[in-house]
Design a protein around this ligand. Structure first.
Ligand code: 13P
Ligand code: SF4
Length: 303
């Protein structure tokens, strides 16, 4: 995008003026990821960085639940999201009332929530997890059974890695559920040397076709460590764009799927966010207090 340079300069100047930090998810487009972000990462890394932030203003370049997590960890700071309509199909699949019903149906069974949920849902749960620590968090509960919501496929992936019995929900990521095992087999047949790396939000048969499964940062790390000649990242499209800049010797085979929510975040909206201090993310204290406990319990596990 040839016109992005003036935005990059204006955003970086304003960040200093506002004492602001830009936290960007790995699915941000390259001009955000490489040119204006102070910190990039997966959900766990961004939550950890938010907990350490000493800026006055946090601009969350990602989706709404990520900005809420930053606000929970920084109740006295201004947390902004450049577009508050940046949602998530997983976060929208479950409500606080649904979690209360699960607790009644399974008394005494701990409830672990994927971080891709609203603060209202987190407030009803015992602890959060992300795609990079879900197995550890589930096992840290010390019980035979755990409820892991709301992603059915992540729950199935975790169930394949632990002896703990997993009860789950019917939420899906609209980006990862679209991949099929058939399409991956066709890519492998066409090119037997290709490495296939999948996010755990993919359906089980898609994960079954992959050489490695991990969080978005886990996937990036795998490519950097292994430097395959050809790789297919079974995830959101910007991942390949961002990693390709740093690994020129690796050829990235697409298909990929776009996350329409992540793609709502653009340089012009980030600039507006810093000029007008919008859109501010707030969480009512009666929800924030128990939700914060669930997030902090995860961060304090130090995994
Ligand atoms: P990560 O925590 O692996 O970055 O996943 C977040 C997400 O929304 C993936 O779709
Ligand atoms: Fe949600 Fe999927 Fe988009 Fe991630 S990629 S924010 S899980 S809809």
């Amino acid at each position: 995008w040839p016109g992005f340079a003036p935005y990059v300069k204006a955003i970086n100047d304003l960040k200093k003026h506002r004492n602001a930090v830009v936290l960007a998810h790995n699915y941000m487009t390259p001009e955000i990821f490489h040119c204006v972000a102070d910190v990039v990462g997966d959900s766990l890394q961004l939550a950890r960085e938010a907990a350490k932030a000493d800026a006055d203003v946090i601009v969350q370049c990602g989706v709404h639940f990520m900005a809420e997590t930053s606000k929970l960890l920084n109740p006295n700071k201004t947390v902004l999201i450049p577009d508050s309509n940046a949602g998530c199909s997983l976060a929208e699949s479950i409500t606080g009332a649904d979690v209360r019903a699960l607790r009644e149906a399974y008394p005494g069974v701990p409830i672990v929530t994927y971080v891709n949920t609203s603060a209202e849902v987190k407030a009803e749960c015992d602890i959060c997890c992300t795609s990079s620590n879900a197995v550890k968090v589930v096992e840290s509960m010390g019980t035979d059974r755990v409820i892991l919501i709301p992603d059915e496929f992540l729950a199935k992936y975790v169930a394949s890695k632990t002896d703990v019995q997993i009860i789950t929900w019917k939420g899906h990521c609209e980006v990862h559920e679209r991949f099929t095992a058939e399409e991956l087999r066709a890519y492998r047949e066409a090119d037997p040397g290709v490495k296939i790396i999948a996010h755990p939000e993919c359906p089980p048969d898609v994960i079954g076709e992959s050489d490695f499964t991990g969080s978005t940062s886990g996937m990036i790390q795998w490519v950097q460590d292994n430097q395959p000649s050809k790789v297919l990242l079974v995830t959101e499209c910007s991942m390949s764009d961002n990693v390709a800049v740093e690994t020129p010797g690796v050829e990235f085979v697409r298909p990929c799927n776009l996350c329409p929510h992540m793609k709502r975040i653009t340089l012009p909206k980030i600039l507006d966010s810093l000029i007008f201090l919008k859109e501010e993310v707030t969480v009512p204290e009666d929800v924030a207090e128990p939700a914060r406990r669930a997030v902090e319990r995860m961060i304090n596990l130090n995994n």
